[in-house]
Design a binder for this molecule. Structure first.
Ligand SMILES: *Cc1c(COP(=O)(O)O)cnc(C)c1O
Length: 375
């Protein structure tokens, strides 16, 4: 007999837990009907700014649009190089290309899977030596919920006079050296896609900054480049606003968010404790708290990974691979890449394997997953 299914993301169970709080907030929006930039958007922006300790938060339509607005504000475009890790979700690399800039793919650290600052420096030097592109921006990604090496990235960005962006889509709520992520770079972007640690029930995102002028520019860019009045068009922008309904849902969910991160941490510890002797469990970045968007182990090779994935599937347990191919080898990006081998990203992509981690998982379910892996 097939065991009960375990879910990789369990929004139905989340609804049972949070549905009443969410409905109250949604009903309030249905009563005032200010669906575009209604009061909930500003309330959420204020609460999230407080939450991460940043001066300004600008709610936008998605994490991808947040990256686009942040880069448009720096006039990133044709002839510019934007440095980012090869091992990340496509959205990080997509935006520079859409804006006409060139993504430059940097390898990752084999332990933490975060961007490798030593390789970053080499890549910047190479672009400078070639003299064809202007090194313009660095996007550090807080991959899987853990922070990128921000102290080193900040030094490099300052030395090289480049804009530093934190892609915190997977790590909202995470902590780096005692501070919530959101203040490590010139601007920080996050995503409220439903599967992210702080997920809404649709698309959404936010940009954080401590620079008042930039905050104003981001607000203008998210609303078609408008000026002080609605029909004053100052620049080309986009339709990149956060929906009032999403803001309302996120406001309801924010009250439960710290508890959810604590639960993710408990699950991660349970996996660590039982699996560390068998597989390579995630290496924690020192002085940090992961938001645990993803819990990834490493297996010896692709064959072992496929075998384990099947074994789990037979027991009705889902798993996932983030990411099966680093971006510089993807059809969309290989033409912008200089052809160099990025050995760590290429190796890790064949070994990495993500287990379910979300607040609705019970200890019994986690132990069942562990038993199947051990068995
Ligand atoms: C999800 C994600 C994004 C994009 O966020 P959306 O809200 O889906 O547009 C960007 N970067 C990373 C690292 C992500 O995981």
């Amino acid at each position: 007999m097939m065991s009960n299914p375990i879910f990789f993301l369990d929004l139905k169970k989340q609804q049972q837990r949070l549905g009443d709080a969410v409905k109250k907030r949604v009903d309030h929006v249905l009563s005032h009907c200010q669906f575009i930039l209604g009061p909930e958007v500003q309330e959420l922006e204020e609460r999230l700014a407080l939450y991460v300790g940043a001066k300004f938060c600008i709610g936008v339509s998605s994490g991808t649009d947040a990256i686009q607005i942040a880069l448009m504000a720096e006039n990133v475009g044709s002839g510019d190089a934007v440095f980012l890790p090869a091992f990340t979700y496509t959205a990080t690399a997509e935006v520079p290309l859409v804006l006409g800039a060139t993504p430059v793919f940097v390898d990752i650290d084999p332990e933490t899977f975060q961007i490798d600052p030593t390789h970053l420096k080499l890549c910047i030097q190479k672009v400078r030596n070639e003299g064809k592109l202007t090194p313009k921006a660095i996007i550090g990604v807080d991959l899987f919920g853990q922070p990128a090496p921000w102290d080193v990235l900040r030094k490099i960005a300052k030395q090289e006079r480049m804009f530093l962006l934190d892609d915190c889509a997977q790590s909202f709520g995470g902590v780096y050296q005692g501070h919530k992520l959101g203040n490590e770079a010139d601007a920080t972007v996050t995503s409220f896609f439903p599967s992210k640690p702080f997920g809404g029930y649709g698309d959404g995102g936010a940009i954080f900054t401590n620079d008042e002028e930039k905050a104003e520019l981001y607000r203008s860019l998210r609303s078609h480049g408008e000026g002080k009045t609605r029909y004053q068009v100052m620049r080309t922008g986009m339709n990149g606003r956060l929906d009032t309904l999403q803001a309302a849902i996120l406001l309801a969910k924010l009250d439960y968010f710290d508890g959810e991160i604590a639960r993710r941490e408990e699950i991660a510890c349970l996996y660590d404790k039982h699996l560390a002797s068998l597989v390579h469990v995630p290496v924690r970045v020192p002085q940090s708290q992961s938001a645990w968007a993803i819990y990834s182990i490493l297996l010896e090779n692709e064959q072992m990974r496929a075998k384990l994935q099947n074994k789990l599937k037979e027991d009705n347990i889902p798993s996932a691979i983030y990411y099966p191919l680093p971006l510089h080898l993807q059809p969309a990006y290989c033409n912008s890449h200089d052809g160099s081998v990025l050995p760590v990203s290429e190796k890790i992509s064949k070994q990495i394997f993500a287990l379910p981690i979300h607040p609705e998982l019970t200890d019994e379910e986690v132990l069942r997953i562990i038993d199947v892996i051990k068995g």
